[in-house]
Ligand binder design. Structure first.
Ligand code: SAM
Ligand code: SF4
Length: 472
């Protein structure tokens, strides 16, 4: 009998996480059950990322390991999905003889049919066309497992900004937005399954619906804000050039919208921003940051930065450090520039050496460490409202709580900081099973006691909504 166990390995961004979930839902309908270990699977799919060279290298070393597995188990079907599949197409079959299937970013809905054909006839397949994108955007919302408290919802695909360093428009195609009704339907379904927080995904959510003439992004947010049972809304990513006053005002007017924005600046130098084709200046960007802070004084702001873009001089780089000091970000994602196929900057001839890129990256991270540490330390002793996501990883792995039988929970603040915390007095619950004590999905107040490198630690004070209502 055919092994109908599925293992998906996801590399890359939130959109890939969303797409992998869609693959699992669709394959479930053809009898595939997800398993945690690749060794047990009859079908393995690697959902790939091509955004940086490093992510792509990871795919090839992983395929090397999977080839060894296939040697032991020749009937194993291996597929590669996502951006590397879209970029490389048929060439991937040549480079990785263990592969049975290569399918691109617009072929997820056809996955069950492709697998069925390989099962029936054998052979190898490539499916990397970009047909009628509008049709393919509709997700399958047959969620059947207990989804997490917080879920991603893709509201648009593709991008047409063509930043000169970026591969996305080539591998994800042109920008297409989903209909607002379809997004709302999906979120309502998620709420039925216990989801309490959604993060709306798009490469540039600020231009949502522009091409199609649907409602604007602020209007979409406002409709989602009215959904009963939803506690929190987040979104990513916002392109600074399209961040409108209407969207900024949403942070003041929509009670469920979390006070956090990810606003990638990439560089603090106007010369480099021009070469990147970002279409805003450092001054416009800073103006928008001011507006955001006026409307929502405690908003957390994070960003993406690229170190060593071609032609970046020491003085351009110092402009970036200076901008970081002006903004005082809560957190940053910083990357060494890498050439990507088709991206214009790959053809620029004033490349920065790898050593210099690395040195600049480390300088960015070091400076940010100072600001993150300072911002987080200021929270010591404060009370933060946390949306509980579940038991912290230690408990998830089945490890028993500490000698007092305290279990540690995990969740996030509205500003997107991870908080691990103990219940105010777990001994009160000592006779109950961990499952009985679960209050994932509830909002709780936590007193912050300790600041760690990537998270905060604290003690719960009280439930804020629903549940059994323990009050410290
Ligand atoms: N659409 C988003 C935007 O415009 O900010 C982000 C897209 S991309 C998935 C995430 C981040 O990867 C970018 O913000 C950029 O900092 C980084 N990135 C993209 N291409 C890169 C490259 N060639 N080298 C280094 N970093 C890159
Ligand atoms: Fe890439 Fe620029 Fe589009 Fe973001 S906005 S996905 S960085 S091209």
């Amino acid at each position: 009998m055919k092994n109908k166990y599925l293992h998906i390995i996801t590399i890359g961004c939130q959109m890939n996480i969303y797409d992998s979930e869609q693959m699992a839902i669709r394959l479930k309908a053809s009898g595939y059950k997800s398993v945690p270990f690749p060794e047990d699977a009859g079908l393995i799919i690697v959902n790939t990322c091509a955004i940086r060279e490093k992510a792509e290298q990871k795919v090839f070393s992983l395929l090397g390991r999977l080839a060894r597995l296939k040697k032991k188990k020749p009937e194993l079907i291996i597929g590669v999905a996502g951006c590397v599949a879209q970029q490389e197409g048929r060439a991937l079959l040549k480079r990785a003889p263990c592969l049975d299937l290569v399918f691109g970013t617009h072929a997820v809905s056809r996955l069950p049919a492709m697998i069925e054909r390989i099962e029936r006839q054998g052979g190898r397949m490539v499916e990397t066309g970009m047909p009628d994108q509008k049709k393919l955007l509709e997700p399958d919302i047959q969620y059947d497992q207990n989804p997490n408290i917080s879920k991603f919802v893709t509201i648009m695909q593709g991008c047409e900004n063509f930043c000169t360093y970026c591969v996305v428009p080539y591998v994800r195609g042109r920008e297409v937005s989903r209909k607002p009704e379809s997004i709302i339907r999906e979120i309502k379904k998620l709420l039925e399954f216990g989801v309490r927080e959604v993060t709306l995904l798009g490469q540039n959510v600020n231009s949502y619906g522009n091409k199609e003439g649907f409602s604007s992004f602020p209007e979409l947010l406002s409709s989602i804000n009215q959904l009963k049972g939803l506690q929190r809304i987040r979104f990513t990513t916002s392109h600074p050039k399209d961040l409108s006053d209407d969207l900024i005002n949403c942070f003041a007017n929509l009670d469920k919208l979390c006070n956090h924005i990810h606003l990638p600046v990439q560089s603090g130098s106007n010369r480099i921003l021009r070469r990147m084709h970002r279409k805003y200046t450092r001054e416009n960007y800073l103006k928008k940051i001011d507006k955001l802070r006026k409307v929502c004084p405690d908003i957390a702001i994070s960003t993406d930065l690229i170190a060593g873009f071609p032609g970046e001089s020491e003085s351009d780089f110092e402009d970036t450090l200076e901008l970081m000091k002006q903004v005082e970000y809560d957190s940053i994602f910083a990357f060494k520039y890498s050439d990507r196929p088709n991206a214009t900057a790959a053809g620029f001839n004033d490349k920065i050496s790898d050593n210099e890129k690395l040195a600049r990256l480390q300088r960015l991270l070091k400076l940010q460490e100072y600001f993150s540490g300072r911002k987080n330390s200021a929270l010591t002793g404060s009370i933060q409202t946390v949306l509980v996501e579940g038991l912290s990883k230690k408990q998830d792995s089945g490890v028993q709580p500490d000698p007092n039988n305290n279990v540690q929970w995990t969740g996030r603040t509205a500003t997107n900081k991870i908080v691990n915390f103990f219940h105010a007095d777990d001994r009160e619950f000592a006779g109950l099973s961990i499952a009985d004590r679960i209050y994932a999905g509830k909002l709780v107040d936590v007193k912050i006691e300790k600041i760690l490198l990537h998270s905060l630690q604290g003690q719960e004070c009280r439930f804020k909504g629903g549940g059994t209502g323990y009050v410290a």
